[in-house]
Design a protein around this ligand. Sequence first.
Ligand SMILES: CC(C)(COP(=O)(O)OP(=O)(O)OC[C@H]1O[C@@H](n2cnc3c(N)ncnc32)[C@H](O)[C@@H]1OP(=O)(O)O)[C@@H](O)C(=O)NCCC(=O)NCCS
Length: 315
Amino acid sequence: MKVEIRTVAGYAPKKVATNEDIIRIKNIETNDQWIQDHFGVKTRTLAEGEKASDLGAEATKRALEKAGLKKEQLDAIIAATMTPDQPCPSTACIIQDKLGVNGIPAFDISAACSGYVYALDAAVRLMGNGLQGDSYRHVALVATEKMSDCIDWSDRVVCPIFGDYAATTILSQSDRDKFIASYLYADGSGRDVLKIPRGEKYLKMEGKEVYAFAIDLFPKLVRRVLEKAKLGVKDIDWVFPHQANTKILEKGFETLGIPMEKTLINMDRYGNTAAASIPMAMAEAVEKGLFKRGQRILATGFGAGWTGASILFEW
Ligand SMILES: CC(C)(COP(=O)(O)OP(=O)(O)OC[C@H]1O[C@@H](n2cnc3c(N)ncnc32)[C@H](O)[C@@H]1OP(=O)(O)O)[C@@H](O)C(=O)NCCC(=O)NCCS
């Protein structure tokens, strides 16, 4: 079966907090300029009274509307999240129930900031390599994060980075296979550098190690998937990396020799939203009509685990 991305739509919670807001309200010893210089974040969206499943369900309603599909036409829900409503059951199951599409398969993929690309790869294989009697015509990939649930507001380095957001990608059967190549990677020796330990609430980060890892892996992930596809950076129209922080993105694009015009960054308004950060930018690109039919798009995620993943597809 051949698969394409039909659309991507996002949902941001209503509350917008500026750097000055969080400095004042949370009494943090930092300043607006430092946050902007180091992370590229000016404001972040924060969910109040909404869980990751609520954000995800809302994004999915919007994506279905944009795709011109009824919810009954969905054949599966995959959620990519590192901030599930609860450890068990999956956030995908809760989203399924909130949407009222009970009965279709629903499961989560946990690969931190690489989760979107891991889940995209899984969805394409699920739809493309159907076992006998299976037919997944439309799948909702819901990347949803309520990062504010795991932020320690007394940690002045971690707390300004993140925000809450959800974006749903609708994958549909197509007359032509739009997915070209993917590359998935993990190295569990990095498991202590960025983590939420069992029984604890907050995300702990060794900032310098995360930075070194990201600037090393991001270009490698791009090159590996291009090698698999036998293409060069010049053959790619758009690159959508995980929006970790703008310094990491600028360094990566410079190393690869790719102009920043080939991406769209919106983490300055929403913060780093982990698994949701790639489709968060793609949703805005779709909204603005930036993608043209036949253009080649490369999405790449990297983060806790360590994990990393790249996928290349045509619009
Ligand atoms: C966290 C990070 C910004 C630290 O950068 P760095 O240049 O190594 O910063 P340092 O820890 O050496 O601190 C530099 C200075 O800023 C100060 N500083 C640290 N945190 C600060 C804050 N929140 N506000 C203001 N000043 C701060 C330090 O005290 C230090 O001051 P000094 O030079 O007078 O001693 C950087 O390592 C990074 O970007 N890591 C990746 C984080 C990330 O993207 N995480 C998301 C992953 S998905």
